[in-house]
Design a protein around this ligand. Structure first.
Ligand code: DGI
Ligand code: FE
Ligand code: FE
Length: 413
């Protein structure tokens, strides 16, 4: 038999308190493994929660480097409301050799009777109750609490025929609710979550205040239609909606991605001479490579116009526009979304590996960026065009690394 702990939760977001509890369970009960069971849409919570996909991805990132921790997707992959008794039954059916240890807090034990079929839970699993104490608590106080919980356990034992275990844990002063509030206020959460989780939350703009972009899109559309040739405007709309689709796939705010797609070529109405003149006027630096191929400047000038003419305050949108032609080593999620959407949007039809890159784009975005750069460099070499050092640098940076997110598995699964 394998001793398997079940750490269930909404994990919105997962934090160091959760990790500490799981580690203590693993250690104090000598478990072989702790399974992190992320909920689907939780039936008990009134307030809205982040999508099951991002909560699960954060959890997966949090445990990526920890021995004995695994993600469990049973509830995430179920559309029916998942109850613990059903999940435990399913786990037991799949793995008859698992001896399950269901980890819960003191509160949960108090309300255990009112859970959905607690007797089935007790039949399938042993119950682990985590008792939390403060470091400032005196030994006397801790003993009192322990006695109270032991009494509670004795009561439950009379009703439910399973083993109960008591876990003594220090209280880690952190909660998901507090973290959500901190992020909304712009405060750092570095001390409370693993670095990978912090990065994920930032990249995907989780828990930030919603900005209304939809009105902005309606205002930009007619201006842009006037500024661009009809075929370019059509391409722009294609990039906007493709960027939206990629944003859905990779958990980026959809409206922000649409605006970036909409405006990415907003400077394309200007010819080379005009682009150079605009750079001079706005004091934008022009590199040697851009001097030789001034069309490259439509990215840089486009970012400037987005900010000053179209009044876009979101720096990530402006940055994505600025790097959309050559790319940039280490580009962020939105940068990659726009870079790829520009290449694969439905009106495009000339690129050699278009169909393959379109499919890869929704499988592994990072890989799609690398493929596009490879083909672009090949295409430019054939035409003896001068290649910007940035294009090469980006190519190198994207072929030599794999996306940390896909490396941890979830981009593929
Ligand atoms: O503006 P779009 O046509 O929608 O697309 P884009 O902004 O990606 O520009 C694509 C063109 O830019 C395409 O012909 C390849 C070219 N390009 C990309 N990187 C470089 C480059 N041209 C030069 N000269 N040097 C580069 O590094
Ligand atoms: Fe462009
Ligand atoms: Fe474009």
């Amino acid at each position: 038999m394998k001793k398997i702990g079940i750490m269930g939760g909404t994990f919105d977001p997962v934090h160091n308190g959760h990790l500490y509890l799981a580690r203590e369970a693993l250690r104090q009960l000598s478990l072989d493994q702790v399974l992190w069971l992320t909920s689907g849409d939780p039936p008990h919570k009134g307030e809205s929660v982040r999508s099951r996909v991002v909560r699960r991805n954060m959890t997966k990132l949090a445990i990526a480097d920890l021995d004995g921790m695994e993600i469990c997707d049973i509830e995430v992959r179920s559309e029916a409301e998942a109850y613990s008794c059903e999940t435990l039954s399913a786990l037991k059916a799949q793995h008859p050799d698992y001896e399950l240890y269901f980890i819960m807090g003191e509160d949960s034990l108090r309300h255990f009777d009112s859970w959905y079929h607690p007797e089935i839970i007790a039949e399938k699993a042993k119950i682990v109750v985590a008792m939390r104490y403060e470091s400032s608590d005196s030994q006397d106080e801790i003993e009192k609490r322990l006695t109270a919980i032991r009494e509670l356990i004795e009561q439950r034992k009379r009703v439910f025929s399973t083993e109960f275990f008591l876990l003594q844990t220090k209280n880690i002063p952190v909660s998901s609710t507090a973290l959500r509030q901190m992020i909304a206020k712009g405060e750092s959460i570095r001390d409370y979550v693993p670095r990978a989780v912090e990065d994920y939350i930032k990249a995907h703009h989780l828990y930030e205040e919603e900005i209304s972009y939809d009105k902005q899109i309606a205002a930009i559309l007619p201006k842009l239609e006037k500024a661009l040739k009809p075929s370019r405007f059509r391409h722009t709309l294609g990039v906007m909606e493709t960027a939206a689709s990629l944003a859905m796939r990779y958990s980026y705010p959809v409206s922000a991605a649409r605006i970036a797609g909409l405006l990415h070529d907003c400077a394309k109405g200007n010819n080379d001479k005009e682009l150079l003149a605009l750079c001079k006027k706005y004091h934008l630096p022009v590199t040697e490579a851009e001097e030789a191929s001034p069309h490259l400047l439509h990215a840089k000038v486009g970012a400037y116009l987005a900010k000053h003419t179209y009044k876009i305050k979101d720096e990530e949108i402006c940055h994505a526009i600025a790097v959309h032609t050559t790319g940039e080593p280490g580009m962020g999620l939105l940068d990659q979304i726009i870079f790829v959407a520009d290449y694969i949007e439905p009106n495009r039809n000339r690129a050699a590996r278009l169909q393959e890159i379109r499919e890869v784009a929704f499988f592994d975005l990072h890989l799609a960026v690398a493929m596009i750069l490879k083909d672009t460099i090949q295409y430019l070499n054939k035409g003896n065009a001068r290649i910007d050092a940035k294009t090469y640098d980006t190519y190198r940076s994207f072929t030599r690394t794999i996306n940390p997110e896909s490396a941890s598995g979830y981009a593929h699964k």
